[in-house]
Design a protein around this ligand. Structure first.
Ligand code: HEC
Ligand code: HEC
Ligand code: HEC
Ligand code: HEC
Ligand code: HEC
Ligand code: HEC
Ligand code: HEC
Ligand code: HEC
Ligand code: HEC
Ligand code: HEC
Ligand code: HEC
Ligand code: HEC
Length: 335
């Protein structure tokens, strides 16, 4: 900070001094002074010093001019000031300190609504106003320069979604709440360009969900995840959303996978089998549906689990195991 101010001071000093210098020749010729006293000749005859040092040498010149101004200045006649107008006592002390840059809360004293937007929904845009607004209070309607002075996303972001998405504010409509992306026709046509996974699955595994538009399910606002129960009943009472998703991957809902312990769901559609299996005294009632039907609809071979239990001669006569064992869900057992 101190360093910055010192640099600023030097720059300002050099500016004043050099403008004074540039006036000097004119003043000098007007006063009919010798040409050899001009800055130009002095600079040429002397060995070239550091530029700053060179100008510092000429410092007395502006002092001289200031003194001339002071000589002209007369005290103001108090009678020429309107007595009805109260003037706060002032003086040079008011102007001693260089002004500090405005803080965020100082901007907010006037721009309360912008501040509140960033405070509540600014997300990772909770940065200093002036990081974005390097130029502000520069709008001039006669120049129609509003867009020109507003911050550009590309000052900080480099194509976060790839080169086909360059018109940032068509989607991020309010930079102070950057994650507020409205769900409009423009966005709807683009889902698959950013989310290749879901759109790929819906195409590769045709189901009735493929016929639904993305925004039929992801409605209301971008990123919204719907519950299956918005559109479907559960198979059995009190079934959880997590259960639905565990069997049906939503973008390929017919690629069903399930685990042991979910037999009651099967009962919703196969209640006969389920009743038989649950009531069976056989050891098969201890084998879960998924062990025998690992993929929905698939019928297992007994040999998946049983090695040859009988005399091959007998089996040659009766090749179908279920001719004798009748029902895999309730094979008759000797008690
Ligand atoms: C991430 C960058 C960013 C930050 C941080 C930011 N702004 Fe902005 N602001 C913008 C952009 C971009 C626009 C132009 C919006 C447009 O073109 O509609 C803008 C517009 C504005 C406008 C004029 C339009 C309006 O919405 O009223 C004001 C006033 C404003 N900002 C004030 C602030 C203040 C005050 C802060 C800090 C509290 C702040 N901004 C922080 C990027 C930013
Ligand atoms: C004393 C009140 C006040 C303060 C403090 C203030 N502004 Fe403003 N600002 C205004 C007014 C008044 C306008 C013009 C009307 C409008 O757009 O709201 C404006 C306009 C703007 C605009 C849009 C027009 C333009 O010319 O840039 C931006 C951006 C902006 N201010 C940013 C800021 C930032 C950033 C800060 C803090 C560094 C700040 N303002 C501090 C009063 C203030
Ligand atoms: C002064 C720099 C700056 C400017 C200008 C800027 N941003 Fe950002 N933006 C950031 C930073 C920093 C982050 C946070 C990045 C991080 O944490 O990885 C961010 C994050 C974001 C995020 C994610 C927000 C979140 O909460 O997750 C979005 C969206 C975004 N910017 C959009 C924009 C858009 C659109 C514009 C132009 C209107 C813009 N930004 C202009 C600096 C900027
Ligand atoms: C077609 C619409 C669209 C366009 C155009 C677009 N974005 Fe986005 N952007 C989005 C959506 C949707 C998100 C996700 C927002 C969310 O997380 O809810 C997003 C997220 C982001 C994020 C956060 C990324 C993350 O992984 O957290 C940043 C940063 C961002 N956008 C910046 C930009 C910038 C900069 C541009 C312009 C170069 C831009 N966006 C153009 C729609 C768009
Ligand atoms: C410009 C790119 C972009 C576009 C276009 C886009 N999104 Fe996103 N979307 C994102 C980003 C970035 C995120 C946040 C990061 C993430 O979770 O992948 C996101 C997040 C999501 C999420 C939440 C993911 C989660 O795990 O919570 C859903 C759902 C979503 N988008 C659906 C959609 C739908 C539907 C569309 C079309 C209407 C769409 N998106 C258009 C970039 C985009
Ligand atoms: C039938 C309703 C439905 C349709 C149609 C649908 N989604 Fe989804 N989507 C969901 C549900 C439900 C989830 C949550 C899944 C989860 O949590 O396992 C989800 C999750 C997501 C996610 C976040 C998780 C992930 O898989 O990355 C994204 C992104 C997404 N969907 C994008 C899309 C896009 C893009 C489309 C259109 C091409 C689409 N969805 C079509 C219901 C749907
Ligand atoms: C926005 C509504 C909506 C949501 C949310 C939704 N679906 Fe669907 N789903 C449908 C429609 C519509 C169909 C077709 C129904 C018909 O034609 O009878 C369907 C069909 C299905 C089918 C049968 C598919 C076929 O091709 O036969 C399954 C399975 C399914 N949904 C599971 C789910 C699951 C699981 C969820 C949650 C992860 C879910 N759905 C979320 C609307 C939705
Ligand atoms: C244990 C696995 C499992 C669970 C858990 C499960 N399902 Fe299913 N679901 C299936 C099977 C198997 C089918 C039959 C598919 C077929 O017809 O080929 C099915 C069919 C469907 C169908 C299409 C047929 C119909 O009845 O309309 C919908 C819709 C569906 N399920 C929605 C859901 C929802 C919603 C949930 C959560 C409440 C859910 N499923 C939980 C396995 C499950
Ligand atoms: C939503 C209803 C529904 C649910 C829940 C359901 N199924 Fe099915 N299942 C069917 C329909 C409809 C068929 C016949 C059409 C087909 O093959 O897809 C079937 C067929 C079968 C078949 C093949 C029948 C044959 O004659 O070839 C088996 C085995 C089966 N299901 C086992 C199960 C198991 C195990 C569960 C529990 C994890 C289950 N089902 C859950 C509806 C369902
Ligand atoms: C020990 C293995 C085994 C177990 C455990 C088992 N099944 Fe089966 N299931 C079979 C075999 C083998 C068939 C074929 C029967 C046939 O060809 O007549 C079958 C046929 C079916 C069929 C179609 C024929 C019918 O009777 O409707 C359905 C539906 C079915 N099983 C559902 C289930 C369900 C639901 C469960 C769990 C409650 C289950 N199965 C448990 C082996 C088993
Ligand atoms: C997923 C594996 C699996 C499949 C497939 C299977 N079984 Fe079994 N079976 C078992 C198990 C485990 C037992 C119990 C063994 C034990 O405890 O000694 C059993 C026991 C039996 C028993 C004795 C029942 C009792 O309660 O004592 C018979 C009979 C039987 N299986 C016949 C069959 C027939 C016939 C088929 C084909 C239609 C078949 N099994 C398919 C796993 C299977
Ligand atoms: C001609 C009738 C018949 C045929 C065909 C048959 N079984 Fe059996 N099986 C029986 C009888 C009877 C028993 C009961 C023996 C007992 O309880 O001691 C039995 C018992 C079993 C047992 C239980 C053995 C134990 O130690 O508890 C299994 C497992 C078995 N059979 C599997 C099969 C398989 C697999 C096939 C087809 C390859 C098959 N059976 C074909 C009549 C048959």
């Amino acid at each position: 900070m101190k360093m910055k101010r010192k640099v600023l001071y030097n720059v300002v000093a050099v500016f004043f001094i050099s403008s004074a210098i540039s006036c000097m020749p004119i003043n000098a010729t007007e006063r009919g002074a010798e040409p050899k006293e001009t800055v130009a000749s002095a600079a040429m005859t002397e060995p070239a010093p550091e530029p700053a040092a060179m100008e510092a040498e000429k410092a007395p010149a502006p002092m001289l001019m200031a003194q001339l101004d002071m000589q002209d200045a007369k005290p103001v006649d108090p009678k020429t000031i309107n007595p009805a107008r109260k003037i706060t006592p002032g003086g040079s002390a008011l102007y001693e300190k260089a002004p500090e840059p405005l803080t965020v809360t100082q901007c907010a004293q006037c721009h309360t609504s912008v501040f509140m937007k960033i405070k509540n929904n600014g997300g990772r845009h909770q940065i200093h106003c002036q990081d974005c607004h390097q130029l502000f209070h520069a709008y001039n309607p006669t120049k129609n320069n509003f867009q020109e002075i507003m911050p550009k996303c590309t000052q900080c972001h480099v194509e976060p979604h790839g080169p086909q998405f360059t018109d940032c504010m068509t989607c991020h409509i309010i930079p102070h709440t950057p994650l507020n992306v409205p769900l409009n026709d423009l966005l709807e046509g683009q889902c698959g360009n950013c989310h290749t996974g879901p759109s790929g699955e819906l195409t590769k595994y045709p189901s009735k969900h493929t016929e639904q538009g993305c925004a039929t399910c992801h409605h209301t606002k971008h990123g919204n995840i719907p519950s299956c129960m918005e559109c479907h009943d559960t198979h059995i009472p009190n079934q959880t959303l997590e259960a639905c998703k565990s069997c049906h991957p939503v973008h390929k809902p017919l690629e069903i996978t399930y685990e042991a312990g979910q037999e009651t769901t099967c009962s919703a559609c196969h209640d006969g089998v389920y009743e038989t299996w649950t009531a069976s005294p056989s050891k098969h009632s201890g084998v879960s549906c998924v062990d025998c039907h690992p993929v929905h609809g698939q019928i297992p071979q007994c040999s998946m689990c049983h090695t040859q239990p009988h005399d091959p001669k007998m089996l040659a006569k009766f090749p179908r195991c279920l001719d004798c064992h009748i029902d895999p869900h309730n094979p008759p057992v000797n008690k």
